[in-house]
Ligand binder design. Structure first.
Ligand code: MLT
Length: 204
């Protein structure tokens, strides 16, 4: 399918949902499997490994510096990942499932980029410590999509203003956006997991 990945089939009688798990810089396809299982027990899990290497660390797109993205590569990788998800839906028979991205850091940023570029690949997204991947020239149509933004109040990588901008971009595209403020930095806390579980349970 073009990406090294892990796939965990959904449990019979489980939620008709596929969680697409997208790791942070230096992660692998194994990183978020246990998070996925805890977020929505029984859901199908699809977890690709980012193909870009930065000093040996896998990522989903190139960056020029921390928080400064290679926009050309981002656009290319966004299309590539969207195609992988669509092909995997087909090949694993997931067409009837609701597809929800769960991304952390660099994985959240590519998930946001997919949302803003190819609406319809994901019906929803849990974006953990995401930042604005790019500012779209015209708002895409994200009516019906639901997004949880989990931002760190003292995140040294993602400033509050950046989270606000991402929220307003998604809002003006018609997505239903919920903001969760984690009282810490870029690392995830147990509270993020609980917030995401609550949000998923309320939405699905
Ligand atoms: C990124 O490059 O996507 C962001 O700086 C987050 C990170 O991976 O550290």
């Amino acid at each position: 399918l073009g990406f090294r990945h892990r796939f965990v089939p959904g449990v019979k009688g489980g939620p008709p949902v596929t969680l697409v798990l997208l790791h942070g810089t230096g992660g692998t396809e194994d990183d978020l499997i246990s998070l996925g299982r805890e977020l929505l027990p029984g859901a199908a899990l699809l977890s690709p490994r980012g193909k870009v290497l930065e000093n040996g660390m896998p990522r989903f797109f190139r960056r020029l510096a921390e928080g400064v993205f290679d926009q050309k590569d981002l656009a290319l990788r966004t299309t590539e990942l969207s195609r992988f998800v669509e092909a995997a839906k087909e090949s694993y028979g997931l067409q009837d499932n609701t597809t929800i991205a769960v991304g952390y850091s660099n994985g959240a940023n590519i998930a946001a980029s997919v949302l803003l570029t190819v609406p319809g690949v994901f019906q929803g997204a849990v974006l953990l410590r995401a930042m604005v991947p790019f500012v779209p020239s015209a708002p895409p149509d994200l009516q019906g999509a639901a997004v949880l933004l989990a931002a760190g109040e003292r995140d040294p990588i993602v400033e509050t203003g950046n989270t606000d901008l991402l929220q307003s971009i998604l809002d003006s595209a018609g997505a239903q956006v919920t903001l969760y403020r984690h009282p810490g930095g870029h690392e995830l806390g147990h509270d993020d997991l609980l917030a995401a579980r609550r949000w998923l349970a309320g939405w699905l």
